[in-house]
Design a protein. Structure first.
Length: 382
């Protein structure tokens, strides 16, 4: 049977807008101030309230969040940072940006996340931070090892780029007491167009990250408006979030209950539809506690199935090619058997709020047809 793809299964994930974002941006444009503004500070207050934390610091991207969080944790030259290879390369680049060395670790194939034991096995006397990546939106419980890491002055810096809104037990991710970094890029659970935040562990860290994001300047924008000078107190970068991006995020935040409901419903729809496919393993994102960001399967003949589904108009992808196999990171390559196995099998299915449950059924139908076609061709060659 031939299936014609709909536009929503054909296209890759795109931002889901609620209709108020353009007006919110227009108000900022009309005000004439496009940098860090009171809109940015309102966004920080609203996000902190949503997460149930005292403070957050808004920056221009998730990568900037990771970079400044590592600096706030005093990670630098001579230090090691334990990190899964199965993540976007931005995580690794942030480590290199502070002069530290990445120590790649394996993942649990069922979740594509690290475990506390995998991390502790890689910790050394040179370790200054560990970065659990909350893959697909799934929280990672480090409660058993948090005190051990703290006793060795090792910071936990959560890469929660996929996990805004997810829960770790009763609390939102970000409220567990660790340095936590979120991304609000174009296709994240909540988008600012571009942006990120850091949840600091202390007032001192919050102050440091605020200086870092504004070229080392100690005074806030409001304070600088009432003085003839300002104080540059150290290294800094232009990492602040603009009021334009914050306005988009505020408009999005008002509808986050819909994000949670829709993403969980679509993920569960995939799980039901995939039950009948042999040889397909659904990566578990713990959907009842997470706000799923991705829906992924592990399959045989991944590259061929990917090409077959693309040819049929289905917007599949791969998240991510393992970093320890990348040319830029060859110096730190090590054997990671689970990561290498899932790296060759993982396929990301279309997953965004434009989808319907009928679209999900169509994707799974084409996946089943592709597996049969590719499998038959493989048998014929052997």
């Amino acid at each position: 049977m031939t299936t014609t793809a709909t536009p929503d299964t054909r296209r890759n994930a795109s931002p889901y807008l609620y209709g108020e974002e353009a007006a919110a941006v227009a108000r900022v444009l009309e005000a004439g101030q496009y940098g860090h503004t009171d809109v940015t500070e309102e966004f920080e207050r609203r996000i902190a309230e949503f997460l149930g934390v005292r403070d957050v610091v808004a920056v221009m991207s998730g990568t900037a969040a990771l970079h400044t969080a590592l600096l706030a944790a005093e990670v630098g030259s001579g230090h090691e940072v334990v990190v899964p290879s199965m993540t976007f390369c931005a995580t690794i680049q942030a480590i290199l940006a502070v002069g530290a060395t990445p120590v790649f670790v394996d993942v649990d194939p069922a979740t594509l996340c690290v475990t506390d034991q995998l991390v502790m096995d890689a910790v050394s006397d040179s370790t200054r931070a560990v970065i659990p990546v909350l893959f697909g939106g799934r929280a990672i419980d480090f409660s058993r090892v948090r005190k051990k890491l703290a006793a060795r002055q090792i910071a936990i810096v959560e890469d929660a780029a996929h996990a805004f809104g997810s829960r770790n037990g009763a609390r939102r991710v970000g409220a567990t007491g660790d340095l936590t970094c979120f991304s609000f890029g174009p296709i994240k659970n909540l988008t600012c167009g571009q942006g990120g935040i850091v949840v600091p562990r202390s007032f001192a860290e919050a102050s440091m990250i605020r200086r870092l994001r504004m070229l080392g300047v100690a005074q806030s924008q409001t304070e600088r408006a009432h003085t003839t000078s300002y104080s540059v107190e150290g290294f800094g970068l232009r990492y602040q979030m603009s009021g334009i991006n914050a306005a988009i995020g505020l408009a999005q935040l008002d509808h986050f209950d819909k994000v949670e409901t829709t993403r969980r419903r679509l993920w569960h729809a995939y799980r039901r539809a995939l039950v009948g496919l042999d040889g397909v393993t659904l990566v578990d994102v713990d959907p009842d506690r997470s706000v799923p960001h991705l829906c992924q399967v592990l399959i045989p003949h991944r590259d061929e199935v990917h090409a077959h589904m693309k040819a049929r108009g289905i917007g599949v992808g791969v998240h991510y090619p393992p970093n320890h196999l990348q040319p830029a990171f060859t110096e730190w390559r090590r054997e990671l058997p689970a990561t290498e196995q899932v790296g060759a099998q993982v396929l990301t299915l279309p997953f965004h709020q434009h989808l319907t449950e009928a679209d999900v059924g169509q994707v799974v139908t084409v996946l089943g047809q592709s597996l049969k076609t590719v499998g038959a061709a493989s048998c014929a060659r052997s």
